[in-house]
Structure formats: C-alpha cells, structure tokens
Design a protein around this ligand. Structure first.
Ligand SMILES: CC(C)(COP(=O)(O)OP(=O)(O)OC[C@H]1O[C@@H](n2cnc3c(N)ncnc32)[C@H](O)[C@@H]1OP(=O)(O)O)[C@@H](O)C(=O)NCCC(=O)NCCS
Length: 309
C-alpha cells in the first residue's frame, strides 16, 4: 500500500507538477516561477504538500501566504489540490487544516470553486462573501480578431513608461491594501506584458497584465479599466505587444458576475459572440472581514491563488 509524507516548502520539482496537473485537470493558469514569486514577495509563504513517501511524486498541495499591512496581516490560501486518483481519501483536508492552524484568528481569504465554496464556509469560517460569484469567460485565440477601430479618447503606455506613483495610486483605488512591492515584482516577471491606459488628460484609467502561462495560454491577470472603451484600447495594445499572439491557445477573464463588461469586451474581440464560453468559476471568501472591491472596474483578478482582486 502506498505510504505518504508531508513536505513543507518542497523543491521546485514538486511545484512544477502542481502547475502541470492543475492546468490539465482544472484549467488553472500559473507560471512555473510563481512559487519563487510568492516566496520572495509575501511576508511569509508556505507550500504544504503530500507526496508518496520517499519520493517527490505529488499527492496533494495547498499554499498559504501572509501579507502584512497597517490594518494587520491578511492570509491567503491557494493551490488546494489533490491528484485525481487520490481524491476522496482524506488526504486534502488535513493539509488545509494545517495551514488554517497557522492562520489562527487572523483574516484569511481564498477563491473557492463552486463545489467547495460552501464547505469552506461551514468547516473553516470562510463565510464573509460578496453577493456575486466570479465567472470565467474565455475565447480561443484562433477565434479572436483585434478590432480595427477603437476609441481615440484613450492611449496606452508600457507600465515602466508611466509615472509609477500615479500607477500605484490607481492600484490603491482597486485594492485598498498597499501592494506596490507585490505588483512591481509581478510586472517584472518573465513572459509578462503590462500596459497602462490613459485618458486625453493623461490620467490613468486602467492597467492590465497578460502572462504566458501553462498549456500555451495567455492569462490577462490582472485587467482593470474604468470603462469598456478604455478596456478595449488596452486589450488591443496589449495583444499587439505579444509577438504572434494568435499562436497561443486562448485567453479569458475571471471577473465578478455583477460586471458584464468583461464579457462584452471579449465579444468585441471574437469573430462571433457565440465563440465566447462562460462558466461560473469561483467565489471570493473571507473568514473575518470581507474586503470590498470596485467590481465595475475589474475585468480580471490578479492572481486567483493569492490575491482577492
Ligand atoms: C478539493 C480537493 C483538494 C479535496 O481533496 P481530497 O483529498 O479529495 O479531500 P478529502 O478526501 O480530504 O476530503 C474529504 C471530504 O472533506 C471535504 N473537504 C476537503 N477539503 C476541505 C476543505 N478545505 N474544507 C471543507 N471541506 C473539505 C471534501 O469535499 C470531502 O467532502 P465530501 O465527503 O462531502 O465530498 C480535491 O477534490 C481537488 O483537488 N479538487 C480539484 C481542485 C479544486 O477544486 N481545488 C479547490 C480549489 S478552491
């Protein structure tokens, strides 16, 4: 009979199995370097894994990040996963409990998938939730076309060419917690493209990052804009920045259901509207205090493992 052991912060090789398997079975979109990114940029980070004893063969995983701020720490839980053949044998829940013991009485957040959302609320107190779910709408690159004509009221620049204080200030209108350090590192990641959209007065009205992720996909994460017109300009310029973007598999937005503009945006880039697929994906959940977000500006979350917007 197979025996198991728990490894905390295992070698990179274990994380790479998590990225490969979660993209194959759950359609999650991560980069191989995300483990290193989280370890380096959060105040503390744990990747708790179960492996087949004496090997680095993944069985189950969960990650926990601690992010300090003047209003106290916020913990986030991500990458909760069990290899298909080992599901339902009681291997996942104990490691989830292990990270919740570290969280203690502090506020914690996660993005719960439909099947698990109610369980997180009942068993671990993740019951502070917004009214809406987050939907995931996707489009194959082969089915996408960049519109010829977009608004001339907006222009975009590469993130490193804009006033960085102004960009940080804009980000604080999206995320009330200061994440300058985290987002700066995010923009600097490999295979990552970030542009900022400005109005005719030079005011920032949005920004977005597209990452090249597992399964040859493009992942807009995050994508924020004050209105659909600005979002359209931003998406056009970002795609055009990625050489041969048509050769990738697909791209999609993970967005609050109460904002339908992300769907409209994708439809504008689709050869026909019916080619956009939409599923209910996750719910943003907190244990102690729900942190509000400006949903009308959110076209896609930054990082569904360790961010809440
Ligand atoms: C979710 C997942 C990690 C659970 O792992 P697992 O090893 O199969 O779970 P266990 O055998 O330990 O769980 C036993 C029971 O506890 C529940 N459970 C597991 N983890 C739980 C948690 N963190 N909170 C509450 N309930 C939990 C299970 O749903 C199951 O309940 P059921 O008997 O009513 O179906 C696994 O199903 C999986 O990888 N799913 C796909 C990825 C995914 O959706 N992850 C969640 C992202 S938010």
């Amino acid at each position: 009979m197979t025996e198991f052991e728990t490894l905390v912060n295992p070698p990179q090789e274990v994380f790479e199995q998590i990225v490969d398997l979660t993209s194959a079975t759950e359609d999650w979109a991560f980069q191989l370097n995300d483990y290193n990114f989280w370890k380096t940029n959060f105040d503390q980070f744990w990747l708790v894994t179960v492996v087949e004893k004496g090997t680095l063969n993944l069985v189950a995983s969960v990650s926990l990040a601690r992010w300090d701020a003047p209003d106290g720490p916020l913990f986030s839980i991500g990458m909760f996963y069990c290899v298909q053949k080992y599901r339902g044998q009681g291997l996942g829940k104990p490691i989830f409990k292990q990270v919740m013991d570290i969280v203690g009485d502090n506020n914690a957040t996660l993005t719960g998938v439909v099947k698990m959302s109610a369980k997180y609320a009942s068993d671990f107190g993740f019951d502070k939730v917004p009214e809406h779910w987050h939907l995931f709408s996707a489009l194959k690159c082969a089915d996408a076309v960049v519109p010829d004509k977009v608004s001339d009221k907006y222009t975009t620049k590469v993130w490193s060419d804009v006033d960085y204080e102004a960009l940080t200030a804009y980000d604080r209108t999206i995320c009330t917690r200061d994440r300058k350090k985290i987002m700066t590192a995010w923009f600097n990641l490999k295979d990552t493209f970030t542009r900022v959209v400005l109005d005719t007065s030079g005011n920032i009205v949005g920004y977005a990052t597209i990452r090249l992720v597992s399964k040859n996909k493009l992942s807009p994460a995050p994508f924020y804009a004050d209105n659909l017109e600005a979002a359209e300009v931003l998406l056009k310029d970002l795609l055009n920045m990625i050489s041969n973007w048509q050769s990738y598999a697909s791209f999609g937005f993970l967005y609050p259901e109460c904002n339908q503009d992300p769907l409209r945006l994708l439809e504008k880039f689709a050869k026909s509207k019916e080619l956009v697929s939409t599923v209910t994906f996750i719910r943003s959940q907190f244990t102690k205090k729900l942190i509000a977000t400006p949903d009308q500006k959110v076209y896609s979350m930054a990082d569904c493992a360790h961010q809440f917007v």
